[in-house]
Design a protein around this ligand. Structure first.
Ligand code: SAH
Ligand code: DHB
Ligand code: MG
Length: 223
């Protein structure tokens, strides 16, 4: 059988994708620059992953989405663009400095009226928005050890046909590591992300897959 494993890594791929799909406009470039100027870590989703979020949101007709891990608002803007007019995003960020940058980003992108930014620990604050559910999409991109709990919340608060999306589900290259040479801190992250992937794949609540993006993007549609 022809080998169809995920393996394309040509040096020209990313510039080809940028000039063909145009995942970023001036606003998104300015948002990234403002994040950098504010000293936030450069851990927002990649530009093509942002576009994946737009397409996924549009595909499931999302009008109510939840994001766990706002950072400077970069992925949130992608989600809101995918959802379009009349939609709303509830997004959680525990770092007040990042939340401040995100507020400005949403303003710049002209989407402030469609966002509720909740500053605090998502594991404590998610319950506050349940009254607005069920939701069409939950994007999980915060503390990796929290993914199993955020998935459990998603199972309860997504509508049938809604999407759960988890970023970084290749666990920074460690998800399939069986060599046993991980640092204690990484062991926890890998265990949590494996639990997350296994539950999306085998828990019976989702039809799930993992998109082989640079960092792994797990997607499950609620059954
Ligand atoms: N989704 C963003 C990137 C998020 S980076 C983007 O692609 O643009 C992860 C963010 O999650 C960080 O800003 C971090 O402060 C936040 N975070 C970590 N643990 C959290 C928690 N328990 N509750 C809310 N936010 C959290
Ligand atoms: C980290 C977090 C992310 O969500 C990401 O996409 C990349 C890196 C981090 O915590 O290092
Ligand atoms: Mg991420």
């Amino acid at each position: 059988m022809v080998n169809k494993d995920f393996q394309y890594e040509g040096p020209d791929l990313n510039s080809y994708l940028s000039r063909t799909f145009h995942p970023e406009d001036d606003v998104l470039v300015q948002v990234r620059q403002a994040m950098e100027a504010a000293g936030l870590p450069e851990i927002q989703v990649g530009e093509m992953d942002g576009l994946h979020l737009q397409v996924l949101a549009r595909t499931c007709g999302a009008s109510k989405a939840v994001e766990i891990g706002t950072l400077g608002g970069y992925s949130g803007i992608h989600l809101l663009r995918g959802m379009g007019e009349g939609s709303h995003l509830w997004t959680f960020e525990k770092d007040p400095a990042a939340a401040e940058v995100a507020r400005k980003s949403f303003e710049l992108a002209g989407v402030s009226d469609r966002v509720t930014l909740i500053c605090g620990d998502a594991s404590e604050k998610l319950s506050e928005i349940e009254e607005h559910g069920p939701f069409d999409l939950v994007f999980i991109d915060a503390d990796k050890n929290g993914y199993p709990c955020y998935l459990e919340w998603s199972e309860k608060n997504l509508r049938k046909g809604g999407l759960v999306i988890g970023d970084n589900t290749f666990a920074f290259g460690m998800i399939a590591n069986t060599a046993g040479s991980l640092q204690p801190r990484d062991v926890k992250i890998v265990e949590s992300l494996r639990k997350f992937n296994e539950r999306v794949a085998q828990g019976g609540r989702f039809l799930g897959t993992i998109l082989p993006t640079g960092e792994g993007l797990t997607v499950g549609v609620k059954l």
